[in-house]
Design a protein around this ligand. Sequence first.
Ligand code: FAD
Length: 278
Amino acid sequence: MIPPIASRFVAGESPAEALDHVRELNDRDVKAILNLLGEHYDDRGPADEDAEAYLRLVDDIEGADLDACISVKPSQIGLDAGTEVFRENVERIADYAAARDVFVWIDMEDHTTTDATLDAYEELARRHEGGVGVCVQANLRRTADDLERLADVPGKVRLVKGAYDEPESVAITEKAAVDDAYEEYLEYMFEHFEGGIAVGSHDPKMISRAKELHDEYGTDFEVQMLMGVREDAQFDLADEYEVWQYVPYGGKWLSYFYRRVMERKENLLFALRAVLGR
Ligand code: FAD
């Protein structure tokens, strides 16, 4: 069982617990992106097992009639075991989900995986006419070119600042410069994309900028934030905009919780307060 201190950020160990959380979100007009925790499997066995788990999750989402989709990590479904393993699993998941009208996101990992991830995304988004989305990272120097490539692909693109420590040769490493790049790419997307823009950020400045750009260009967008982070803002925003919460679940919750605490020490304090009820 997940200790109360971590349950602010992780919805439970089982799909049933995660779906209960989704129901609560949907009641408050927030939609859910479900992620089974897991990454970096060197062998095919666990990658295939997680791919199977996603198929069962798609059945659960369809059966429960929830406003929910899924998000998979390439290294969770086989990229470290070989590009062909990843392609086989991601295609299986995307084909299965499309037949059941469930949207599939592909998370973006470190820069060595970007080409394989975007290639899979482009093929599947075209095959399923927009039923697939991908994440791109503002800190990578290649992202301007990638956005140009993705502008005409009929899927969704989640813009994030980038969570991986990348070398200077491929990434901007200074925080203020990453923020500037994020704003620049947001503007590009609102100007050149026909929709399918996901603002994956908790940053009030980026959310305000997206609202302004929406007013200026009329392009639709959605906001995406993580479970346990700025949830009050998520519910407030949902009064006016489409909001999706990224909801991780599963047995591998410890390293995910540790990452949330390390990136922002206040998270530990928030979690403690929640446990102590104050
Ligand atoms: P930051 O730059 O960390 O912070 C900016 C401001 O936001 C802060 O000053 C504060 O005002 C506010 N803020 C941020 N965190 C908190 C908090 N905990 N509590 C209160 N206020 C806060 N990265 C990837 O590399 N690949 C992915 O596939 C990926 N998917 C993601 C999916 C979603 C839905 C989200 C939200 C993020 C994802 N990320 C992913 C992570 C992303 O790259 C960033 O590392 C992370 O979101 C932190 O950047 P930020 O824009 O949220 O804000």
